[in-house]
Design a protein around this ligand. Sequence first.
Ligand code: HEC
Length: 423
Amino acid sequence: MLRLSPSRFSTVALGLALCAPAALVCGALHGAPAAAAVYSSGDLVRLARKETVLFKGEPFLAGPKGQEFTVLKHEPAKGQVYLAFVQKEGEVIAVTLPDASLELVPPDGWALLIRGTQAFRDQRFEEARKLLGRAAQDPGFKGVASGVALRIEGVMQAGGAALQAKGGPSQKAFIEALSLGRDTAAEVFQRGYTSVAQALEEGLDRLSARVLAQKEDAPPSKLPREELANRAAQAAFSVVRCRQAMAVRRMVEARGYIDTGLKAEPARPELKAMLLKVEEDIKDAENRGDSAESNRRRNLGQALLALERGLKLCSDHPRLLKLREEMSGALEERTAPPVTAEFVAAAKPAAPVERLEQGRQLYTTRCTQCHDLEMLDSRTVGNWKSEVAGMARRAKVDEAQQNVIMEYLTAAHSVVGGMRKSQ
Ligand code: HEC
């Protein structure tokens, strides 16, 4: 995949609130239909194939296969799914993909645990029971999930009894169950599951407000609630931003989100999993960088290729970017050589200088809006022709302009090919 810079696209944020990231990851869970999938808000889906993500009908991002998104809305009649894309500042915009390109990500033990606790938070008790029961079957989350399930069951039952009896011993029993629930929240928090603790606390708040006439009777939380809420939101934001950064191979940025995310929620499984992948890719990119550096004097073509591959693995690695800056002259020679006298002399077939210059101008301005230019000798002239035709709509170049670009690219291809042979 090419390095894409989403910041270069005009992105008008929709009016979705800043606090959305938490709601996004956690939205309501509805059953996952087996046949022609209909996605619900809050579902986690992933790309079953490589596909271009659109924003307001325009290409926005190259979505690699496997990229995960949270569903905002599905319009089956149009075959379109609106998905959440979270901006740096926390704004959420709705991007779209065809529904045929997506598949549901089946919830794992962690997803069941967090969604179950959030169902309790939203006072959907039956759903909470079901999800937590399933989470408790996952060996990785058995302890936490069954602990939370037990406490939630306790408060739900005591709450029901207290509501029916109105006061007396059943009210006392409910207060005791609440207190145990607060203990469990503190314990879960200690174990690093910030978001579970947060959802559990909020659920206890709501339930006690419904059951107890006197607010003062409710046992207080044992956690710093404002900090807890901030940390839960931070963790959810970090997960989504990290996923997005990884999709455009900004691995250094992704590692930053993992660091802040794990500070907010030390046990967060998605972050731990992403950390492994990110570290591996950064290491691979660094190896390519080493190879580019050591080849720089001996074999420039080889060095540039290693650098290009390194940047494809990790597009925001400071050392590789610095190297690219240093080698920008040589890189330009192989991606978009300037139309000099030598160029014109070597160009095959011969073409008028003005046309070549116009072609280079179009190529280096229209084709760099979303990604870097590729090495000319990475494809044949025929392949370049189909790439240019394929990108024409995105780059807003008409047929005449495409022809001018191709005249330049054909000439440049021959010049670069000549360079290679003479090396
Ligand atoms: C509006 C953004 C945009 C513009 C402008 C643009 N591209 Fe692209 N380009 C993309 C995206 C997104 C991809 C990723 C692959 C895909 O989704 O098709 C891509 C991929 C490519 C690839 C790699 C394809 C592959 O499979 O590796 C080439 C080559 C390319 N573009 C050439 C061009 C050329 C030539 C132009 C100018 C005529 C151009 N691009 C203009 C967005 C753009």
